[in-house]
Design a protein around this ligand. Structure first.
Ligand SMILES: NC(=O)c1ccc[n+]([C@@H]2O[C@H](COP(=O)([O-])OP(=O)(O)OC[C@H]3O[C@@H](n4cnc5c(N)ncnc54)[C@H](OP(=O)(O)O)[C@@H]3O)[C@@H](O)[C@H]2O)c1
Length: 245
């Protein structure tokens, strides 16, 4: 079998597990990153992986042969993660903690990084902040609940009733079932809304966020009408793909 060629700052990883996020499915169906990647032939999809280093480039300093690693390979570029072996820059991977398996590590890449970047780097959540997390049982949301709780926030999580125990088990202080009640009837004055549902709930989110608060949506676009209403309430509405890291 021909193995991928590695550059001097890259490692070769034998892939043990991958994870598939909405962006993978959308790209495969011809949207998301499909246009950007269309000139690659053959095109190998996949970004999130976990595996074992089998060789290292001359300038690699953080990893050695045999290390178990995980990461998001060349995200937004040609990841080539759906493969037995993948070449990865050493800045795209981290050592896999020994108390989680490869499947868990592969799953803790794009979804966890999204939650971490939004709550820690963008929102700078502080102890005592009141946070509403929509889709708290989902890929991004279930990490967001744990990270926000770790940072000392008061966390209100929304999911279906069947996932109530799961969301409370992650550390949420309160749970609202979207199939039992409307969250805007029972929540108010939150500092920060993370709308990981990313469908059509921005108007309701505007009702519950306090003056001066922030809403982050995982929607790819936000309407001018929502932005205008947010401005009137002195609320920042941001969508994650527009944030420059
Ligand atoms: N996964 C990623 O790494 C990632 C990164 C960036 C952006 N995004 C975007 O974020 C969005 C969510 O992706 P995901 O992977 O986190 O989701 P997911 O794992 O597919 O989960 C979907 C979530 O939506 C919840 N939900 C369904 N109907 C709802 C409603 N009416 N109100 C509130 N919540 C509802 C579900 O709750 P129940 O299961 O309890 O019904 C579940 O928690 C997608 O648009 C995706 O493109 C995802």
């Amino acid at each position: 079998m021909a193995l991928p060629f590695i550059l001097e700052n890259e490692v070769l990883i034998e892939v043990k597990a991958i994870s598939i996020n909405p962006v993978d499915a959308r790209t495969r169906s011809g949207i998301a990153m499909a246009d950007h990647l269309k000139h690659n032939n053959p095109l190998i999809l996949g970004w999130d992986i976990s595996g074992t280093v089998t060789s290292i480039g001359a300038k690699v300093s953080k990893f050695k042969k045999g290390d178990n690693v995980f990461g998001m390979i060349n995200f937004l570029g040609h990841g080539k993660g759906y493969a037995e072996f993948v070449a990865a820059s050493e800045v795209h991977i981290a050592h896999k903690p020994s108390n989680i398996n490869h499947e868990e590590a592969a799953a803790a890449t794009l979804a966890a990084l999204t939650a971490w970047q939004l709550l820690v780097r963008y929102a700078k959540i502080k102890s005592g902040n009141r946070i509403l997390i929509q889709a708290a049982s989902g890929g991004v949301g279930h990490y967001a609940v744990q990270i926000a709780k770790h940072l000392g926030a008061y966390v209100i999580g929304i999911s279906s009733a069947k996932n109530r125990r799961f969301v409370l088990g992650l550390g949420a202080d309160e749970h609202i079932a979207y199939d039992e009640q409307r969250f805007e009837d029972v929540v108010s004055e939150v500092d920060f809304v993370l709308d990981a549902f990313a469908k059509d709930s921005l108007y309701q989110s505007l009702k519950v966020v306090k003056n001066g608060g922030t809403i982050i949506s995982l929607l790819p676009m936000i309407s001018e009408d929502v932005l205008q209403k947010a401005k009137e309430k002195n609320v920042v509405v941001q969508y994650s793909c527009r944030i420059e890291w």
